[in-house]
Structure formats: structure tokens, C-alpha cells
Ligand binder design. Sequence first.
Ligand SMILES: Nc1ncnc2c1ncn2[C@@H]1O[C@H](COP(=O)(O)OP(=O)(O)OP(=O)(O)O)[C@@H](O)[C@H]1O
Ligand SMILES: [Mg+2]
Length: 279
Amino acid sequence: MSDPVLVVDDLRVAFPNRDGGWVEVVRGVSFTLGKERLGIVGESGSGKSQTGRAILGLTAPEGRVTAKRLAFNGIDLLNCPPKQRRELRGGRIAMVLQDPKFSLNPVMTIGDQIVEALRAHTKLSKADAKKQALAALDQVQIDNPERVYKLYPHEVSGGMGQRAMIAMMLIANPDLLIADEPTSALDVTVQLQVLAILDALVLQRGMGLIFVSHDLRLVSTFCDRILVMYAGRVVEELSAGGLAHAKHPYTLGLLNCLPQLGANRHPLPTLDRQPEWAL
Ligand SMILES: Nc1ncnc2c1ncn2[C@@H]1O[C@H](COP(=O)(O)OP(=O)(O)OP(=O)(O)O)[C@@H](O)[C@H]1O
Ligand SMILES: [Mg+2]
């Protein structure tokens, strides 16, 4: 592996509960990431998004984030000045969220938003920024960048919005992209297109990618490594080709629930969660 882009050691995220105590929703997650594609899978509520948000510094203000080490290219994220953290976010670390409709600004055109994102992190003139924004839209395979540049988010399809979002995140040339279920709101063909775009960009630019998803099969075809999360912990780490070597009963349960061609699946398998998995 190349020099680590990101080191996460014993990351914990907790929120206050009603009794004045704390509930840990991320409970000691550790991994390192080079210029590679890391998938994080796990069921709803397992702490995937909270892990991504903690890395970006976007945990809700009432939350508490601790770690033995949380470092990006050697920068200690938990102890660096807030200004430096803000500059990193959207600059060298970017995040694509699940639903572009909630992540894009509804009252600004797509083009203006990309230009704004770019000018927040560079000193380009307006004209140069526009040129780069159009190039970025072209790079995510939007056919008519000039036209889409002038559209508002509600005027574009989900897939196009998602690609515009990716263009906006990538324009600052991040070293690390966190994509939180970037394709789950899209139909399968558009999903594959968006994945292919992300894949090409990771290769061309040599950035690190954390790809969060529910979909174990999708993640295993697309990522180099997979972390399986359950109840705030990483219960298993697999290489992409290594699904067959999965050992944790939760991962095995997930695999068993995948549809199989030609198999007689009556009744449909369900996941039998054991209380000890959450310990
Ligand atoms: N501001 C908050 N206050 C209290 N609890 C929170 C807060 N934000 C998130 N949580 C809790 O943290 C846990 C982990 O949430 P997270 O969003 O990381 O799950 P996830 O794995 O991304 O799930 P999904 O697949 O549904 O997106 C959940 O139980 C959630 O209710
Ligand atoms: Mg989530």
C-alpha cells in the first residue's frame, strides 16, 4: 500500500441520551487508507455515515468524537485549528452524500455552485472558474455541460444531480473522497455509470476513496477492500475477492440473503441477529 492518506485508530462517536449519559454509535473503528477504494458496508444504523462525518468534522454539535489517532496526510484532524479543518473539508477531503437534492443548494444554478466551490479553495478568476466548472461537468459525462451549467437542481434528473455533485466535490482535486451511498437513489444502469466515473477518477488522480453502501455485492465488485460494520464496530475486514473467506456470522448472513440465480428460495432467508455480535 502507498503512504496512508488516512489513519483512523479507535474512532468513537457518542451522542447524549435522555438520562444524561452517552450512547456510542461508532465504537472503536480503526483502519488505514492509501490511494485505494475502501468499501464500508453494514445495515442501517451501524455507524457508517457517522464514521464518514467524523472524518470530515461534520458530526452534529452535540456529538462527541474521540480517537487515539485520526490523521489525514499526517495532519492530526482532531487537534488541528478549526480553520485548517474547514479548508481541508471540500478541498482536500470531499464527501458525496446520498441524495443530491438535499446536498445541492436549491436556489443556485448547478454551474454557480461548482464555481463557488472552486473559488472557495482557489484564487481563480470568475471566467477561469467557469471554464473549469464546464470541464468538470464534461468529465462526469454530462453531455451538454453549457446547458446543465444554467439549470437549477430541481430541473435535473437524480443521476445528473448526482454527477453534478461529484463534479463539484472533485473540482478542488481532493486526495480523499468519501462517497456515502452515492448511488442508492439511482436506478441500476445509472448506478453503474456513476460508479464507472468514480472508478476512473480514482485511477487517474490516485485519490483515496471511501465508498459507503448497504450493498455488499456492489461494494465487492468495485472496491479493493471492504469493512463490514455492525452496531458501531468493524466486525470483519475483507479483500474484494475475499467474500468467499468471510467468517463473521453477520457477513455470512448478509451473503446468504443475496438472491441467487436458479436457487429455490422459499421461504426467503432472513438475517438472524445474535445479541453477542453487538458486544
Ligand atoms: N445527532 C444524533 N443524535 C443521536 N443519535 C444520532 C445522531 N446522528 C446519528 N445518530 C445515531 O447514530 C447511529 C448511527 O447512524 P449512522 O447514520 O452512522 O448509520 P448508517 O450506518 O449510516 O445507517 P444508514 O445505512 O441508514 O445510512 C444511529 O443509531 C443514529 O440514530
Ligand atoms: Mg448512512
